[in-house]
Design a protein around this ligand. Sequence first.
Ligand code: RTP
Ligand code: MG
Length: 140
Amino acid sequence: MAIERTLSIIKPDGVKNNHVGEIIARFEKAGLKPVAIRRQQLSQAEAEGFYAVHKARPFFKDLVSFMISGPVVLMALEGENAVQKNRDLMGATDPKKADKGTIRADFAQSIDANTVHGSDSLENAKNEVAYFFRETEIHG
Ligand code: RTP
Ligand code: MG
């Protein structure tokens, strides 16, 4: 299977509730290595740019204001089948529908405060990793 990179964001609720370490431990145990990592407060422009694909959606404003409500942890994860593996560890977008044992089922409060973001395709993963990290900041 191919070695891929994907973007993971621990959203403001995950950071505020002190779940950063537990979430990273799940990634490492599953064979996903954080090859770049940064804690950051996103600006409105950065959050809007990142979620530009959702601009026309009714939840866009709430999503952006939630994402800038506190610091986030940005990571590039590397490993076999990283994009899908990360999505599997995250669980469904709505934590009420997420499988037991997934990050969202265990830590998330609502569809807005759903603890993590993960790229949803290899192509988006490449763009999303490049949105936040220079190649010189990634160390595999
Ligand atoms: P993410 O991008 O954060 O990894 O989550 P996702 O792929 O599972 O969900 P996506 O459809 O890309 O939506 C991005 C984020 O917007 C919020 N959302 N709210 N109120 C709603 O119906 C709704 N739908 C989506 C969620 O916080 C979701 O993670
Ligand atoms: Mg998405």
